[in-house]
Design a protein around this ligand. Structure first.
Ligand SMILES: [Zn+2]
Length: 357
């Protein structure tokens, strides 16, 4: 079989999604799930078959999926162009290839700027997330548990944020003696209303090291949403606009806007827009990262990890930024903790001046 005819994991993901549409339960659910999981497979399935290996080595692949996918690989069907709801997502294999050509990017990352812990909907403690980040060679992480407005994700209120600060201080004190300096930064995933307002007291937010703000409601609107993005960026309490489109693989398209205006305003205010590197999100998507790169605004990469093993999703975000031509000095994650905090300080000062003027 000539190499150019090999199905990629991304092709297989699309075939699985298409097959799920005409399948009966419980197969339908299994195929849909496998379509998402294919993006995480660490190797090309087609190459595994060439090596006479079973696809059951792959997470989430059992005997029946092994048979179905194996047949496709042996006799590749046509793979149509994915519909928009599944278009423009990197596979782990593709992201790793892109990074292999630029190893300094992966090694240069100093921190991860979005993750959740047991305080909201994560599965691990702050300390466990910190240890996992140290193992990756990071100098800092930002803990961004959900704010109180997002009840479904266990959002925390002002007093819980204050208690969380005590825990973070303890973790930081315990880690102060490690060989390489490491710091847990206090942050939050502020829940933004469609008008760009946050759900927490500004005074509580001002005590955090940095603030990420995200939309979680009215995400299926078809009309242009430029105004909500401009309002969110002008919100003086936040520095990073997280998972801007609100898209989710094979589930939700996300919002549309005049992105040039959005990124121009971000550049003018020196605020950052996020590449949420969670595989199902990859939001900003590659096409929008390109526009953001052109506008010259700052980019923050957050894995949106809900457990320690997900910190590796950083690769999806880095690959997207690399491919879009984002300059390294525009990416927050390459800053030291000190540089990052200085930037937050200057953005806050600028916001304060604007509100006085
Ligand atoms: Zn979110």
């Amino acid at each position: 079989m000539p190499a150019q005819n090999l199905l990629t994991n991304s092709d297989i993901a699309e075939l699985l999604a298409i097959a799920s549409e005409s399948a009966k339960q419980p197969l339908q659910k299994a195929l849909r799930r496998a379509s998402r999981k294919a993006f995480l497979w660490p190797e090309e399935a087609a190459q595994m078959i060439q090596q006479d290996r079973s696809l059951e080595e792959l997470p989430g692949v059992g005997p029946s999926l092994n048979r179905i996918i194996g047949r496709w690989i042996q006799d590749p069907p046509d793979v149509p162009k994915p519909p928009e709801i599944r278009a423009g997502f990197f596979t782990a294999v593709r992201a790793a290839e892109i990074l292999a050509d630029n190893p300094s990017w992966l090694h240069g990352v100093k921190g991860d700027l979005q993750m959740h812990t047991l305080w909201s909907d994560g599965t691990a403690s702050i300390e466990e997330m910190a240890q996992a980040a140290v193992a990756r060679g990071y100098e800092y992480i930002a803990i961004t548990d959900h704010a109180k407005g997002l009840k479904i994700a266990g959002g925390i209120d002002e007093s819980q944020v204050a208690t969380q600060a005590e825990e973070i201080a303890l973790v930081n004190a315990a880690m102060a003696s490690t060989a390489k300096p490491f710091r847990v930064l206090r942050s939050i995933e502020l829940n933004l209303s469609p008008s760009g307002a946050g759900d927490m007291e500004p005074a509580a937010l001002a005590r955090l090291d940095l603030v990420l703000g995200c939309f979680h409601s009215a995400l299926r609107k078809k009309e242009d949403q430029t105004e909500r993005y401009l309002a969110a960026l002008r919100n003086p309490d936040l520095q990073i606009l997280g998972h801007p489109r609100g898209r989710i693989y094979n589930f939700r398209l996300g919002l549309t806007a005049d992105w040039r205006r959005v990124f121009d305003l971000a550049a003018e205010l020196d605020k950052a827009v996020e590449i949420d590197a969670y595989p199902d999100r990859q939001d900003l998507s590659g096409d929008l990262v390109k526009l953001a790169a052109k506008a010259g605004c700052r980019i923050s990469i957050g894995t949106d990890s809900h457990g320690p093993s997900q910190l590796r999703f950083m690769e999806f975000g880095l690959a997207s930024a690399l491919l879009a031509g984002v300059k390294r000095d525009r990416i927050l994650n390459f800053m030291t903790a000190e540089e990052l905090l200085n930037w937050v300080g200057s953005v806050r000062e600028r916001s304060a001046r604007r509100s006085v003027a």
